[in-house]
Design a protein around this ligand. Structure first.
Ligand code: B12
Ligand code: SF4
Ligand code: SF4
Length: 384
């Protein structure tokens, strides 16, 4: 293949053929689907529409305490509201999706009351040479695949690139929709026909423009009249189709929220101790979602319906041994235990009272208060 040199060769642009080429290369790198979308100038109608959606969302307070989503540049523009403000040379975005669906039960299937739920994306691990389980984090797994793809692209043409998994100045789901990868479901997730929504996204911004006749069409919206996700959401976080109040979402409450979980939301949090899969588990498009476990994304059976007692007895060393390198590491032991205390209360199982009693007398005020709440909940239930 001829290598074209020069800073973003003006003769080089995304054509349908080149898009098929990058899709094939992305599959070799370990992704399941890829699309390329133009990055529009800030004045463009489509860019304006996306920017307004994001700004309205932040300004309505939907981001809760996730300060990184509220960062602004020196002109007061929200950094994630439009790529070109932050990265003026960006002309296109390659959006890659990796299917992480594993052969395992879902969160809405009956499970023993003494167990909790950890979100599917956080089950991942790789198996070491001596057979031991090494926890992994999708950020690292996707980024290393993305770097391989970036190298392949740079071997074909000189261009500027930047790789991101979660951290870029853009809304990845909106980029995925523009790249034609899938539609944005009423649960706000990207759903791809034939694949469902158990997809993780990763993006490469590039300085390569998209040829006008290669701009992908939006995928058809196939939610129809279904509202299962909205009806099933325990905390009413899906305030309207495709609109989430993240400050009510269990994923936010259990992963991102520091301090106490608001009391009125503790009961609806149920048994989720890290993240939440409910609005995807009820989605009919996930009923026949293919299972595709990639190297480094193998599920850890012990994290599927984990016993609350097992999580509760972990000291710092035990927590590190179980979760170092996994997405749970960020939440730290104390926040996980806060969530476990709430799940114990919601289990209404008296066997948890001794553990809750210990926590209720500890130095960590957030954990102690959550444990006292859980004890009251169990006692109230027993008195019913
Ligand atoms: C902050 C964040 C969260 C927050 C807020 C979620 C939210 N809905 O905004 C919390 C902590 C709650 C969260 C939860 C989860 N997250 Co999250 N999260 C992010 C992150 C870092 C930023 C998202 C963001 O900017 N939100 C702001 C709102 C406004 O954006 P949005 O919901 O994406 O909605 C936009 C689009 O829907 C768009 N839109 C609506 N209609 C239409 C129509 C068209 C045509 C277009 C173009 C756009 C459009 O407008 C909205 C505003 O721009 C992204 C990674 C990233 N950098 O984008 C991952 C990301 C969205 N999360 C992801 C995942 C996997 C999850 C969880 C499943 C994890 C879990 N099991 O607990 C849950 C899913 C909950 C849910 N139903 O969304 C994946 C989603 C993959 C997918 N298939 O959609 C992402 C992309 C991470 C990744 N790298 O793969 N997450
Ligand atoms: S992830 Fe859970 S809490 Fe968040 S919107 Fe979906 S069902 Fe509701
Ligand atoms: S549950 Fe129904 S409404 Fe919700 S995302 Fe899936 S198909 Fe769309």
């Amino acid at each position: 293949m001829k290598v074209i040199r020069g800073e973003s060769d003006p003769a080089f642009a995304w054509t349908p053929d080149l898009m098929a080429w990058i899709d094939a290369k992305a599959r070799v790198a370990g992704f399941d689907a890829t699309g390329v979308a133009p990055v529009y100038e800030s004045g463009d109608d489509l860019a304006q529409r996306d920017a307004t959606r994001f700004s309205d969302w932040v300004e309505a307070g939907r981001a809760g305490e996730m300060e990184y989503l509220k960062r602004r540049d020196e002109n007061g523009v929200l950094l994630r509201s439009g790529v070109r403000a932050a990265i003026p040379w960006a002309r296109s975005v390659i959006v890659c999706a990796l299917n992480y669906n594993a052969e395992a039960p879902s969160s809405i299937e009956p499970a023993p009351t003494e167990t909790g739920w950890i979100a599917r994306y956080a089950w991942s691990c790789r198996t070491g040479e001596d057979g031991q389980t090494i926890p992994t984090d999708y950020h690292d797994e996707l980024l290393s695949r993305l770097r391989r793809l970036e190298e392949v692209l740079k071997g074909r043409t000189e261009c500027k690139t930047r790789c991101y998994v979660d951290t870029g100045p853009l809304v990845e789901r909106a980029a995925a929709a523009h790249a034609g990868l899938g539609w944005i479901g009423k649960n706000t997730c990207v759903i791809r026909q034939g694949m469902g929504s158990w997809l993780l996204l990763a993006v490469i911004l590039t300085s390569i423009p998209v040829q006008a006749d290669a701009i992908p069409a939006f995928a058809a919206d196939r939610c129809g009249s279904c509202t299962r996700c909205i009806d099933a959401c325990p905390t009413d976080a899906l305030v309207a189709p495709r609109q989430m109040d993240a400050s009510r979402c269990i994923a936010y409450l259990t992963i991102e929220k520091k301090g106490k979980i608001p009391e009125e939301l503790r009961e609806p949090v149920g048994r989720q101790v890290f993240g939440c899969d409910i609005c995807q588990d009820v989605c009919p498009w996930n009923r026949r979602a293919p299972v595709s476990v990639k190297q480094g994304m193998e599920p850890r059976p012990e994290l599927v319906n984990p016993p609350l007692e097992w999580l509760a007895q972990m000291d710092n060393a035990g927590f590190r041994a179980a979760f170092k390198g996994s997405p749970l590491e960020r939440t730290r032991r104390k926040r996980l235990h806060r969530n476990v205390a709430i799940a114990m209360g919601n289990s209404r199982d008296r066997r948890f009272l001794p553990q809750l009693e210990i926590w209720s007398k500890g130095d960590d005020e957030v954990l102690a208060e959550s444990a006292r709440w859980a004890m009251r909940r169990i006692e109230e239930t027993s008195a019913d």
